[in-house]
Design a protein around this ligand. Structure first.
Ligand code: G3I
Length: 326
């Protein structure tokens, strides 16, 4: 079987890729699979470019961990997606604890975003400049940024990113916007407002954390709605979890579900690529966040007792078949 990235590129997409995280890179079996351009043509740092990791103290920037991921991408010729500039989670305490006023916080958001994006200028294909700004009911999430600045924090960050790197694609990334519904409509309205206000915005990240047997049926229709806004989008964090224990039937359904998502991207030209939120169950975020769920990735773990050794699951074939347009 050819690699998934090779198949994606043959099909006219920019990449098939994966998230990864610094601790995982000590696992040489893991890296031997990850560092194969035919399989993974794109990398997203799972954690090491987040705010707490890059500006732990006011104005004190550290790119050491981020650079490990950026260098891995560069040495393998992989596309890099930056993740992320402004997010309500994983903030260092100083951002939230100081009760900054609007003028102060606006400068902090602009400086954080501009410094981060500027540091990696020329190395990134895209940045998730704004991460998860919406509530599931479509209203703006009331985090420190919104509470202090209203929705102006979004344009402040996007403009700072554009000024710092005129060539990188600027994305807003979120979940539960992968299907037709209130939250997707709200994201489309946000994009339209930014466009009307001449705020730079190039793309939308559809995270795509799904559940086996519950993959939405309106993914293509929803993608077409984003495409109609005149911007690109990507599947940025794909995984499809199941309630454990895994069974052969669940694996087959998961194969179908991966097929459904990847083939949706194949059907809409403006879907530029697909990123899985790590390729192996060993390093998936799912079990720690959703107790009783797991097995969300296309490769299994490397638990030799369970006869697992980073084997491809049926989900892998679902992806490969979709990428071949079958
Ligand atoms: O680094 C510390 C380590 O020192 C400590 O011993 C350990 C104990 O819990 O925690 C480690 O930090 C964890 C970090 O991942 C690195 O592994 C945090 O607790 C944990 O909360 C953090 O989870 C990450 C989560 O984002 C929150 O930032 C996940 O790995 C990461 O996969 C997840 O990714 C998010 C995307 O950024 C946005 N979309 C949703 C997606 C899944 O939640």
């Amino acid at each position: 079987v050819p690699g998934l990235n090779d198949l994606a590129i043959s099909a006219g997409k920019r990449y098939f890729g994966s998230a990864t995280d610094n601790p995982e890179l000590n696992d040489t079996t893991y890296t031997s699979i990850l560092e194969n351009y035919a399989m993974f043509g794109q990398i997203t740092p799972g954690n090491s470019m987040k705010w707490y990791a890059t500006e732990p103290e006011p104005g004190v920037f550290t790119f050491t961990a981020g650079n490990v991921i950026a260098d891995l991408a560069k040495s393998n010729g992989m596309v890099l997606r930056g993740h992320n500039c402004v997010w309500y989670e994983e903030l260092p305490d100083w951002v939230t604890a100081n009760n900054y006023n609007a003028t102060e916080l606006a400068a902090i958001v602009a400086n954080h975003t501009g410094t981060l994006v500027g540091y990696y200028a020329g190395q990134m294909y895209a940045w998730d400049v704004i991460n998860e700004p919406l509530n599931d009911n479509g209203t703006m999430r009331e985090d420190v940024f919104y509470d202090t600045l209203g929705d102006s924090y979004i344009s402040i960050a996007l403009k700072a990113a554009r000024a710092a790197d005129p060539n990188v694609k600027l994305y807003i990334n979120d979940y539960n916007i992968e299907y037709v519904g209130t939250k997707s409509t709200a994201m489309q309205n946000l994009i339209k407002q930014l466009q009307a206000d001449d705020v730079p915005i190039d793309g939308v990240g559809l995270e795509s954390h799904f559940i086996v047997g519950e993959v939405p049926t309106t993914i293509v229709e929803n993608m077409q709605a984003f495409a109609a806004l005149g911007l690109e989008f990507a599947i940025t964090e794909l995984d499809i979890r199941m309630e454990l224990p895994a069974t052969a039937d669940l694996y087959e359904q998961q194969k179908t579900d991966y097929y459904t998502v990847v083939s949706a991207c194949m059907q809409v030209e403006q879907c530029v690529g697909i990123t899985v939120w790590d390729w192996t169950d060993k390093y998936s975020w799912v079990p720690s966040t959703f107790p009783g769920y797991g097995d969300a990735c296309p490769w299994d773990s490397n638990d030799m007792l369970a006869h697992q050794n980073y084997e491809r699951k049926p989900a892998f074939d679902g992806i490969a078949i979709a990428l071949q347009g079958q």
